[in-house]
Ligand binder design. Structure first.
Ligand SMILES: *[C@@H]1O[C@H](CO)[C@@H](O)[C@H](O)[C@H]1NC(C)=O
Ligand SMILES: *[C@@H]1O[C@H](CO)[C@@H](O)[C@H](O)[C@H]1NC(C)=O
Ligand SMILES: *[C@@H]1O[C@H](CO)[C@@H](O)[C@H](O)[C@H]1NC(C)=O
Ligand SMILES: *[C@@H]1O[C@H](CO)[C@@H](O)[C@H](O)[C@H]1NC(C)=O
Length: 565
């Protein structure tokens, strides 16, 4: 595939003369986010919602107050303010089965910021947006009704996850502002819409993993159970029986949840068995009892990645260890539609959070930004999975409070970074990292090549359903090995992508090569019901993602759908 790509590139060079560069990965600056994009989620094919803390951001709402939410338009590269009620600082979120985006949790606004924002306490916040069908987001607003629609517990730094019935599971967090370790933990789960008559479920797992258990890394497994990783411990949690199964600890002292942020992803799921595998990368090997005064922004982050297959045999084998070319604190992992994983951002040393350990760099608990991403190929042999060949180097550090997400267009959006208590520009030559408003994309080579073009994609697909779409393949690219991915692009916050998912679908190309008959995932556990994007990859080229509703599109909780295997 690569060889064909370079031959085509060569042919291109010959016909265009020597001035046209061969298609390559590149960072492209795209404009100004208006607020620090501390959280990001794609909410439609053309729109991304950004959230910040309610502070002194430059973007203003119509009433002249400071905005802390913004709608980023992927076609115009402009941010428009969203009017929020409560402080979304360090919240999480996801899309529901009916396509509505929900942002959960948040913080008490800082007194110094109240005059400009008038924000409410956001710790029980539930902020809803869309579904938005206007390409520019006209008429789409955030809806909050704190008196009547809110969480049961106060939660700052929680995780959230769309589960098999299309509702949101909200996991852990901290009750009140703590500077570093989680010393006021919320050791429970709750749901939106609520279950159990609104009584949160206590979690022994969260108790065991404090004080390094903020933003627990959680994934919905293809049987509906939940994999959870916090600190160096992991479990499978069964929502339907309220039971936890303890799995092996991460090896060699690796710890991955906030404030020792590594990251976790679930590798792409493939038919017919959808065997789940998880991959945890980066973070720190420091003891979780180290006094904060003894921690330094210069402490090396770990380069370890640990991978576990979640079958009885895989669990018995234990975590398989491999290493990134460098240590990374706060790395992010992006599932790519071709099945590779992009590991990007973070720093080579230090910790998450700001102004809260013995030695900082300016306000930052982390240092030595890592500016070159890694591509991870899950199917290659251990030791051959990671490569930085051909990947470009950015000049924009993306440290604490930065975001990154795959876009429906097939490239990757990067925004934010702010290891400071509010919007702060660090003068040149001073230690630290300025609040970052520059938005970038990381464009794979196919962004400047002819790509498969999808059309007549149904707006809704049911489970275990065959459906046909039209496809216009780029000339000269063999369809052998063609891949069709159904993806949730996730909610990016604090080095974790809530609900992100890639499920490959079996597909048959028609004899004339112009249509694809695709079999959707078997049921609502393999892909929790809700919005998704269908991407087709041939050779080294991926199509633009087609937006679909997967399942009935009804409000959660929805009944089981499809067939069970
Ligand atoms: C910004 O943060 C600094 C340091 O915490 C604080 O003194 C100042 O009041 C804050 N300013 C605003 C506008 O929030
Ligand atoms: C609030 O901010 C406005 C504009 O910055 C300023 O004129 C006003 O005096 C402030 N009020 C208080 C109570 O700080
Ligand atoms: C995990 O961390 C705990 C302390 O939080 C420690 O007691 C335990 O030995 C660690 N597990 C491994 C495998 O290192
Ligand atoms: C989606 O479901 C949630 C939870 O029931 C509800 O609050 C929201 O209004 C629904 N969205 C739409 C567009 O109906």
């Amino acid at each position: 595939m690569l060889r064909l790509g370079s031959l085509l590139a060569l042919a291109y060079l010959f016909t265009q003369g020597t001035t046209a560069p061969a298609p390559a990965w590149q960072f492209v600056e795209k404009g100004n986010s208006g607020i620090v994009a501390l959280e990001a989620i794609v909410v439609s094919p053309s729109l991304v919602v950004f959230f910040d803390r309610a502070t002194n951001d430059p973007l203003k709402t119509a009433d002249g107050r400071t905005a802390w939410g913004a709608l980023w338009n992927l076609e115009t590269n402009q941010a428009t303010p969203l009017k929020l009620v409560s402080d979304s600082f360090c919240a999480s979120g996801s899309l529901l089965s009916n396509g509505t985006m929900v942002s959960v949790g948040g913080n008490i606004p800082a007194p110094a910021d109240l005059n400009q924002t008038a924000a409410s306490d956001g710790r029980m916040g539930l902020r809803m947006f869309g579904p938005c069908t206007d390409v520019n987001g006209v008429g789409c607003t955030i809806f909050e009704d704190l008196d009547n629609i809110h969480l049961v517990e106060t939660r700052w730094y929680p995780s959230s996850l769309r589960i098999f019935d299309g509702s949101l599971m909200v996991v852990g967090g901290v009750h009140a502002g703590v500077p570093f370790y989680n010393v006021h933990p919320v050791n429970s789960f709750e749901f939106f819409p609520s279950k159990d008559n609104g009584v949160p479920r206590q979690s022994p797992f969260l108790q065991r993993t404090a004080p390094v258990n903020l933003f627990p890394r959680v994934f919905a497994l293809p049987d509906g159970k939940i994999f959870m990783l916090a600190n160096n411990q992991s479990i499978i949690y069964d929502i339907e029986t309220n039971k936890e199964t303890i799995l092996p600890d991460l090896p060699n002292g690796q710890r991955v949840s906030n404030p020792f942020d590594g990251t976790l992803t679930m590798l792409p799921l493939s038919p017919p068995l959808y065997v789940p595998e998880v991959l945890a990368c980066g973070g720190s090997t420091k003891s979780d009892t180290t006094p904060v005064a003894d921690l330094s922004s210069q402490d090396p982050a770990t380069s370890q990645c640990a991978r576990l297959t979640l079958t009885p045999a895989g669990i018995a084998r234990g975590w398989e260890v491999e290493h990134m070319p460098q240590g990374r604190m706060m790395p992010e992992m992006i599932l790519m539609p071709n099945g590779q994983i992009l590991i990007i951002n973070g720093g080579a040393s230090g910790y998450a959070a700001l102004n809260s350990i013995g030695t900082t760099t300016g306000g930052s608990n982390a240092d030595h930004p890592v500016l070159t991403p890694i591509l991870y190929s899950p199917d290659a042999a251990v030791g051959r999975r990671m490569s930085q060949d051909g990947l470009p180097t950015s000049n924009i550090p993306r440290l604490y409070h930065s975001t990154v997400t795959l876009l429906p267009q097939g490239n990757i959006l990067l925004a934010g970074s702010n290891p400071n208590p509010n919007v702060t520009i660090i003068p040149a030559g001073q230690p630290g990292f300025s609040s970052e408003f520059r938005v970038e994309t990381l464009d794979p080579p196919f962004m400047s090549m002819a790509r498969p073009v999808l059309s007549n994609v149904p707006s809704k697909i049911l489970f275990n359903q065959r459906f046909t779409i039209d496809v216009n393949m780029p000339a000269g690219v063999s369809p052998v090995g063609l891949k069709v991915a159904l993806m949730d692009l996730g909610f990016s916050s604090h080095a974790f992508h809530s609900s992100t998912r890639l499920v490959f679908m079996d597909a048959v190309l028609s004899p004339n090569g112009r249509s694809l008959t695709i079999l959707s995932p078997p049921n609502n556990r393999v892909y929790p019901p809700g919005p998704g994007y269908i991407f087709v990859t041939v050779g080294d080229r991926t199509s633009v993602g087609a937006h679909v509703m997967v399942g009935s599109g009804a409000n959660p909780p929805v009944a089981n759908q499809g067939i069970f295997i």
